[in-house]
Design a protein around this ligand. Structure first.
Ligand code: ZN
Length: 238
């Protein structure tokens, strides 16, 4: 698995709307975007509107983009925390780094890859801050909102946390898989049959759509597709 990381930080002239307070982060809050836009669109949408809605990071199947420095707050938990809130300093909006996982509306392979990128990125942040898994919250923990909706609907919050724990133990270099947009090629018919068998079994268990088998048989499946498939097969088998 690999993603690229970049910063497209909001201009400081927007701090008063999007990130007015200095923050000493204590938690990471996980969200699903509930739409099908890539991370760069999520970030540019946030840059361009003047709503008090913001988050630090958006993750998709290709990249992790940071928009707000981690020492400033963002408005993503729906639990207040403004000037008039007497408990402001206990609120997710004032304590947590907001991470949005893209493509959650329709799900599928690109969502599966985005979610795995979030797992890897959150594991990296936890290690960086020397935090344990208990620092990872879901949006729902702060104000009851049904978010991250796809992880909750698929009853995978605990497995999501377990994947982060596992990623923290694993050497990062083991996750560097080169994205391969070329069609899959096989060195032998046995190797090809084994991969076909693997896809067939996942289709039989209804973990993936049967169109993937068709794609394999037509020779139109790419290395990148297959990496994504493997990830969602593991996710859905847990
Ligand atoms: Zn949310």
């Amino acid at each position: 698995m690999s993603y690229t990381f970049r910063q497209i930080l909001i201009p400081s002239t927007k701090y008063s709307i999007k990130a007015p307070y200095i923050m000493f982060p204590q938690f990471i809050t996980v969200h699903n975007t509930a739409n099908d836009a890539p991370a760069v669109n999520e970030i540019s949408y946030m840059h361009n509107n003047n709503n008090q809605v913001s988050y630090h990071v958006a993750v998709d199947d290709k990249e992790v983009i940071q928009a707000i420095p981690f020492n400033r707050n963002a408005w993503h938990c729906g639990d207040g925390g403004g000037d008039k809130d007497p408990n402001a300093l206990k609120k997710g909006n004032r304590l947590s780094i907001g991470v949005e996982i893209c493509y959650s509306k329709s799900g599928g392979v690109r969502y599966g890859v985005a979610e795995e990128n979030a797992v890897q990125y959150i594991a990296k942040l936890l290690k960086q801050f020397e935090w344990g898994i208990e620092r990872v919250k879901k949006h729902q923990d702060w104000n009851g909102k049904y978010c991250p909706h796809r992880i909750l609907a698929e009853d995978r919050w605990n497995s999501f946390l377990n994947r982060i724990k596992k990623a923290m133990e694993t050497n990062e270099s083991e996750h560097q898989i080169v994205e391969d947009e070329d069609m899959m090629k096989f060195t032998s018919t046995t190797a090809k049959a084994a991969v076909r068998d693997y896809i067939q079994q996942a289709v039989d268990k209804k973990l993936i759509d049967k169109s993937w088998l068709q794609k394999f048989d037509n020779g139109t499946i790419t290395g990148g597709d297959f990496e994504g498939l493997k990830i969602i097969i593991v996710q859905r088998s847990m």
